[in-house]
Design a protein around this ligand. Structure first.
Ligand code: GLA
Length: 728
């Protein structure tokens, strides 16, 4: 049993294989956070709540209730009643005053896990997970709040979510509804987040905590390039193999906030949820608001263990696609090959060469519809441009299929161009504020997905194309952020719901798509990796990681992305050199090795490659087929980081049974007059012996782990090696 309730102590104990989470009730019914950390095998106790110390609890010391409220470690703090730290819930009654106080009412413990209405969420069978629902109430507001904790023992994960129900007679305004909180004593924790920009997504950043609040957030209507809905508190000096990490990751694709507050009493309160900026949800009597889920994990064995818990969890309990456990077809995308300048003949020319080199799918990117010959106009007019594609789409698809290749296509369904037939017919379908011309970005506006008629139009446009030809893959793009947040459809007092309703609309569309086309391989994208989050992962097993396809820049981007996401989710392609963005030239082989640590594909004009490079494609195709099962399902170990050492990068993927390890080494900069580099490896079974493929050399696992491997000094910059160790 993963969840136990000690009625005498009013203590809930949530156990996973390596962790314990404890919640207890004060005599009044405040829900306190007792402990999260290393597994406690015996019984728990409530002393860590400090209820026997001053200021004591309100029933003992009513006169100092404010001191209690501002100090007690809360599971789900509320605003307005003297807990002055960051609250998780802000409610305004129709009288106008803010204030909410939640007390325990009841609880349920059950096997399995419920779905979250309208939202992506993790799932598990009755054997895999057990859930605690804590029912809390504010009797004054007539508000019920259900705090859910689904415990996944094997992956050391707790999935938390919150549901608010208006059971009173008054309309309530929810001004903030976060999804999770951890309140605990500080132990010099540092805050680790993933941040960046377009073409520089998810770089790892660590900073020390200062008194007050420190946060990362997105107000862009998507999870964003700039900040990622992830936060970890790590012990000082936490490494891949040692130290503690408390991590939260948000299963949501819109505005978020992740924050740590260091309080006057040296406690930390880490919270995560939908960003309250601009958010206001009107909850009428009888209505329910479901907040998205936060995935919590704790590791006392460094960041590496945290990473592997997330990878296993997402692979087992979040990704649903039938492609989850399958090799994805190796694709070639024409974006960096042609941009908008293509026609059927050009695409077929690329496909013929690609197909004969072993590439398995052709993906037609932006520019096939309306009058779209530049990134301007036609978004929303999802009609094939027959000037470019003579004979139509099905004619192209048939010819691609005749080459033995699958066919995929690009859409940007959430958008509308000012220069489009759709906008001319429905200007009110764009998100805009009354009386203002909406801001353009990439010459486009965003569709108001809160509207059912818009969603219907969008869905039918995409589905009609998919029904019209043999299309097995869709790249779903989103190339601008939301602004001018007004909806011509929502009532005046519901305008604060637009950003969240937009995300719910997007989820509804993708849910419909994967339901009607269950075998479709969906890849989400947002100007590269602007909406790479666990919410999107629920619909698409892979997400385009970044528009930056330079292999060296990708080392840092993919390191940060793989900190939490399995390699099978990371869209990665071999592109042309000099790289279009950086003008840097890297060896074709290195580009291949870096892309193999992701979904693997190509994005270049293969008809322009010289013989030598072209001849390397079948070699890389073979590597993909040889190693992808291992890369997709194995344990990931980060061994060295170019971001930290400015010299080289190294990671390994190890089979779960210890039978093989694939090591990737990238020497970014060559150095003169050096010997080989001793590298202590990870991922090997210390009791096994391994043969390094292609050499006949035998190594003991423990020597590789504790002694190290001598990595030869490679000649030249940007060189790489794949080393495959097989147990003997
Ligand atoms: C975005 C994507 C690219 C490409 C272009 C097309 O930038 O990230 O891969 O699809 O849009 O306009």
């Amino acid at each position: 049993m993963a969840i136990g309730y000690d009625g005498a102590r009013r203590l809930f104990k949530l156990d996973t294989t390596n962790t314990t989470y404890m919640i207890a009730l004060s005599p009044e019914g405040y829900v306190g956070h007792v402990y999260y950390g290393r597994r406690i095998y015996g019984e728990g106790d409530t002393r860590l709540l400090r209820m026997e110390e001053e200021p004591y609890t309100p029933s003992v010391n009513e006169g100092e209730k404010a001191s209690f409220m501002d100090f007690f470690p809360m599971e789900y703090p509320t605003g307005g009643v003297s807990d002055y730290r960051e609250s998780c819930l802000e409610v305004r009654a129709s009288s106008g005053g803010p204030g909410c106080e939640l007390l325990y009412a009841d609880h349920k413990i059950y096997k399995g896990k419920k779905k979250l209405a309208g939202l992506p969420a993790s799932f598990g069978t009755e054997d895999e997970t057990e859930t605690l629902d804590l029912y809390c109430e504010d009797g004054v507001l007539g508000l019920k709040v259900i705090l859910s904790y689904a415990v996944f023992e094997k992956e050391n994960v707790i999935a938390r979510s919150v549901r608010a129900e208006n059971s009173g007679g008054e309309t309530l305004r929810l001004e903030k509804v976060y999804s999770a909180c951890i309140d605990m004593d500080n132990e010099d924790y540092e805050m680790l987040t993933l941040c960046g920009s377009w073409a520089r997504e998810r770089h790892i950043q660590t900073r020390s905590l200062a008194y007050g609040k420190q946060s990362v957030a997105s107000a862009k209507g998507e999870s964003s390039h700039q900040q990622h809905p992830f936060m970890a508190l790590v012990s000082p000096g936490c490494t891949q193999e040692q130290g503690e990490a408390y991590a939260m990751h948000f299963v949501y694709s819109g505005n978020f906030l992740a924050q740590t507050e260091l309080t006057q009493f040296d406690a930390v309160r880490m919270v995560m949820g939908i960003s309250p900026e601009g958010f206001c949800w009107v909850l009428r009597p009888g209505e329910v608001f479901q907040a998205p889920e936060v995935i919590l994990t704790y590791s006392d064995r460094g960041l590496g263990q945290m990473t592997r818990s997330y990878h296993d969890f997402y692979r087992n309990h979040l990704i649903r696609s039938p492609y989850r456990d399958r090799k994805r077809p190796i694709l070639i995308n024409n974006w960096e090959a042609t941009y908008f300048a293509f026609d059927t003949e050009k695409l077929l020319e690329i496909a013929r060469v690609a197909g004969s080199a072993g590439i398995e799918m052709f993906v037609m990117d932006d520019g096939w519809f309306g009058k779209r010959n530049e990134p301007k106009g036609s978004l929303g007019d999802w009609v094939v441009n027959e000037e470019k594609l003579k004979g139509g789409l099905s004619c192209l698809v048939e010819q691609i299929n005749a080459l033995g290749m699958d066919f995929g296509i690009w859409f940007e369904p959430e958008m509308i161009s000012p220069d489009s037939d759709l906008y001319r017919a429905h200007p009110d379908w764009a998100i805009r504020l009354p009386g203002r011309t909406p801001v353009q970005s990439r010459n486009q506006y965003v569709l108001d997905l809160s509207r059912p008629d818009v969603r219907e139009y969008v869905y039918e446009s995409v589905a009609a194309i998919l029904r019209s030809a043999n299309i097995t893959y869709v790249k779903w793009d989103m190339n601008r952020q939301l602004s001018d947040l007004g909806s011509a459809w929502l009532a005046a007092d519901s305008q604060g719901e637009l950003s969240h309703r937009f995300v719910l609309g997007l989820y509804e569309l993708q849910e419909k798509l994967v339901t009607e086309f269950p075998d479709l391989l969906l890849e989400n994208c947002s100007s590269g990796g602007g909406r790479f989050d666990p919410g999107m992962l629920y619909y698409s097993p892979q997400i385009w990681c970044s528009d930056d396809t330079d292999a060296i820049e990708r080392l840092v981007i993919q390191e940060g992305t793989a900190l939490v996401y399995p390699l099978s989710a990371i869209g990665a392609h071999v592109s042309a050199c000099p790289n279009h963005m950086l003008k840097r030239s890297t060896p074709f082989e290195t580009r291949g090795h870096v892309a193999l640590a992701g979904t693997f594909g190509y994005e270049l004009d293969v008809t322009k490659l010289d013989h030598e490079e072209l001849a390397m494609i079948p070699v890389q195709v073979e590597l993909y087929h040889k190693y992808n099962d291992l890369i997709r399902s194995g344990d990931y170990y980060r061994i060295a980081s170019y971001r930290e050492n400015h010299s080289h990068d190294c990671w390994a993927v190890a089979a779960k049974d210890g039978s093989e390890v694939l090591l990737t080494w990238v020497q970014v900069f060559a150095r003169p007059n050096v010997h080989s580099r001793r590298v202590r490896l990870q991922g090997f079974d210390p009791k096994s012996r391994y043969r390094l493929e292609g050499t006949g050399q035998i190594y003991s696992g423990e020597m590789l782990l504790y002694g190290g491997f001598l990595m030869e000094n490679l000649q030249g910059d940007y060189q790489s090696r794949l080393l495959h160790f097989v147990r003997v």
